[in-house]
Design a protein around this ligand. Structure first.
Ligand code: FES
Ligand SMILES: [Fe+2]
Length: 315
């Protein structure tokens, strides 16, 4: 994985009173809320005899293993071994290393890297923080996340794959792409003939896996293609609209957009993805064209970040 970056791993609203088991970045985790409501995450495999902690329960804000009742705090400390009695000393090997997680922008994020290098959680500030104007969904797809990040930067497939739902021209005009630090900016227009007015678009991304698509002014889709493992991605997307403040429409527009995406638009992509290799884009030689400049920038920056020293398990 690209190190020293924040990865979104779960919608905040899905983290309630029960522990949630997840596989992200090749690791199995259990995530839950402690008594203060703060999100906590530990490896899901119990260090005693390997039961899945995500099938346990929460007692006093601590995760309790369903197999023999051992209990763990969010910082990984094992606090209770029922079979040994309250007075017994807890063996060091039962303490776990916690994951560094944070909640921001309605998502739970995992820091993958050294604590000393930690940075603020990145986001697309232009969409604002009013989640009342948004709606979201997520699912897992059987492809490496790098392929899915690239699909989020690819707008010129729209007339071919989604033409029945989004009838736009095939010609990309006024296209530009640039990289600034960890963010790629692309914008352009899909027109019928390259001259008359078409549909303006923006497709940006922030490393390692966050994307932003703007297809109409103040109408955004924020997406994440988070690695699950080497051949699967957690695909999350959230529609935001900043066009109306009429209470009923404020929520209805993004909700209806998510429904349309899930029922009509994304299945068109899924059918197409069936021809994809499941692995990463790193070992393939595809021939990109000018309208793919955002993808080319992604590959270049990705190579750079993965070739940093001390990176044995890059993927
Ligand atoms: S396996 Fe978890 S307490 Fe025994
Ligand atoms: Fe698509």
């Amino acid at each position: 994985m690209i190190p020293n970056r924040w990865y979104p791993i779960l919608e905040s609203q899905k983290l309630k009173r029960r522990p949630v088991g997840l596989t992200r970045l090749g690791e199995r985790l259990v995530v839950w809320r402690d008594q203060a409501g703060t999100a906590q995450a530990l490896p899901a495999v119990c260090p005693h005899r390997g039961a899945d902690l995500a099938t346990g329960c929460i007692k006093n804000g601590e995760i309790t293993c369903p197999y023999h009742g051992f209990q763990f705090k969010g910082d990984g400390t094992c606090t209770h071994v029922p079979c040994s009695g309250a007075e017994s000393k807890i063996p060091h090997g039962l303490h776990m290393q916690p994951y560094r997680i944070e909640e921001a922008h309605g998502l739970v994020w995992l820091w993958w890297g050294d604590a000393a290098n930690e940075t603020p959680v990145p986001f697309f500030e232009e969409v604002g923080s009013d989640l009342r104007c948004s709606s979201e969904a997520s699912y897992i797809l059987p492809y490496h996340y790098s392929r899915m990040v690239e699909t989020n930067l690819d707008i010129h497939h729209t007339p071919f794959v989604h033409g029945s739902v989004i009838p736009v021209g095939q010609r990309v005009s006024n296209f530009s792409a640039r990289l600034e630090g960890d963010r790629i900016y692309t914008q352009g227009e899909l027109t019928r003939d390259g001259k008359t007015e078409g549909m303006a678009f923006r497709a940006d991304m922030i490393f390692p896996c966050l994307g932003l698509i703007e297809l109409a002014t103040k109408f955004w889709i924020v997406v994440s293609a988070t690695p699950v493992d080497d051949t699967h991605s957690w695909m999350w997307f959230r529609y935001y609209q900043g066009r109306t403040n009429i209470p009923l429409l404020r929520k209805f527009i993004p909700w209806f957009s998510v429904l349309t995406e899930l029922r009509l638009v994304q299945p068109q992509d899924w059918r197409l993805f069936e021809g994809f290799e499941p692995g990463s884009v790193d070992d393939v030689t595809y021939h990109l064209v000018e309208a793919d400049q955002g993808i080319a920038l992604y590959r270049g920056r990705r190579r750079q970040l993965l070739s940093q020293p001390n990176l044995a398990e890059a993927s």
